[in-house]
Design a protein around this ligand. Structure first.
Ligand code: PLP
Length: 395
């Protein structure tokens, strides 16, 4: 390099590759280009692009991203994975890959708000046909089937009242009719449930939540059971471009290492709080799949391993005013949306995430004016209970 001018040498620093030892973790390949010794190899990589065969441009594949994709696919029991820049990018990519105008989708009615809005947008502007089902009754799915039904879309555990879909029964009806089943497994994580084992074809995650796990990344992921389905979804992300950034993927891989510990702790904390809250006079009702009073407790016991998740909701007897006073009286627990991080958070769905729903739609979703959602973190359970209890005393 000495022959070159300083400004040229500055553009061409050495690229160090370790010899004799290998990195213990996949490095962050933030650079999105890979150089080739000969044109023929690059042409071959271009001619038949694949996620692994010859990296050349990171939208097609990147070693750091592949580490996360393959690690998550392994935890979910799928053939391969695809990471995206957000959960919504994962959902958009899957819908665009698997559906076309005129196709019919059967979807659970209490879906994540962004998913619900996207499906309705596709129905209004792109000619998708849509039927909502409760997610509780396989016969409802059977009755909704049409010749052009091309997808059954479900969530393992719903927000905020923690409805647990009977995945095996619902998926069986769809499979019998040759209809692919897509499951958003964000709330359960592969620690508690692996939908592919229960008949799903594709699993989606907002890795923003439990997988990232520290409220500091936005990411999404898709895992498929079948390589052809996986390839179709990967081909679609090349066109839509909702790819993940390598540093974010690296943080997601790091999150996977502690996912089991965090989800177990969050589940223990949530069950502890759910039981305490259920006995408190200011609380009308607790929604938590781990409680025997939960309408799908039996399904949850069959479907979820080792715990019932970190999310619960309470209906406060005092309605909207009580909900607000409670949230504002907390000292340790923070008032914030989202879930899956280390800190315990509360929010009031009727005035935030579900504010666009009218009274009937709120009631249908099981949300009351006094419903407060608690996304449980990994703090000491006594500290959490003490904070909730002092705040309940103020409502
Ligand atoms: C948050 C969330 C999404 C959307 O994910 P983003 O990462 O926010 O784009 C989708 N599904 C569920 C169940 C979620 O909780």
């Amino acid at each position: 390099m000495e022959d070159f001018h300083q400004q040229t040498r500055a553009v061409h620093p050495p690229v160090i590759q370790p010899t004799g030892a290998r990195p213990l973790m996949t490095p962050i390949y933030q650079g999105h280009l890979f150089a080739y010794e000969d044109g023929e190899t690059l042409a071959a990589a271009f001619a038949e692009p694949a996620q692994d065969s010859g990296y050349f441009y990171s939208r097609y594949g990147n070693p750091t991203v592949r580490t996360f994709e393959r690690a998550l696919a392994d935890l979910e029991g799928g053939c391969d994975g695809l990471a995206t820049g957000s959960g919504m990018a994962a959902i958009t990519t899957v819908l665009m890959a698997m559906l076309r105008t005129g196709d019919h989708v059967i979807a659970q009615s209490s879906l994540y708000g962004g998913t619900y809005a996207l499906l309705h947008d596709l129905a209004d502007r792109w000619g998708l046909e849509l039927t909502h089902v409760s997610g509780e009754d396989p016969e409802e799915v059977r009755a909704a089937l049409r010749p052009r039904t091309r997808m059954l879309y479900l969530e393992t555990i719903t927000n905020p009242v923690t409805q647990v879909a009977d995945l095996p029964a619902l998926a069986a009806v769809a499979r019998e009719a040759g209809v692919p089943v897509v499951v958003d497994n964000t709330f359960a994580t592969p620690v508690l449930c692996r939908p592919l084992e229960h008949g799903a074809d594709v699993v989606i995650h907002s890795a923003t939540k439990y997988i990232g796990g520290h409220s500091d990344v936005m990411a999404g992921a898709v895992v498929s059971a079948d390589p052809r389905v996986h390839h179709r979804i990967w081909s679609q992300v090349l066109k839509l471009g909702g790819n993940i950034d390598p540093t974010t993927a690296w943080l997601c891989t790091r999150g996977l290492a502690t996912l089991h510990m965090r989800v177990m702790r969050q589940s223990e904390n949530a069950l502890f709080l759910a039981r305490r809250l259920a006995g408190h006079p200011a609380v009308e009702r607790v929604h938590y799949p781990g409680l025997e009073s939960h309408p799908q407790h039996a399904i949850a016991r069959r479907l979820l391993d080792g715990g019932f998740g970190g999310l619960l909701s309470v209906d406060l007897a005092g309605g909207r005013e009580a909900g607000r006073a409670f949230a504002e009286s907390l000292r340790l627990v923070e008032l914030a949306v989202s879930l899956g991080g280390t800190k315990t958070l509360v929010m009031h769905p009727a005035s935030t995430s579900h504010r666009s729903l009218d009274a009937d739609a709120l009631a249908a979703a099981g949300i009351g004016a006094g419903t407060v959602r608690i996304a449980v973190g990994v703090e000491h359970p006594d500290d959490l209970w003490n904070d909730l209890e002092q705040a309940l005393a103020k409502v």
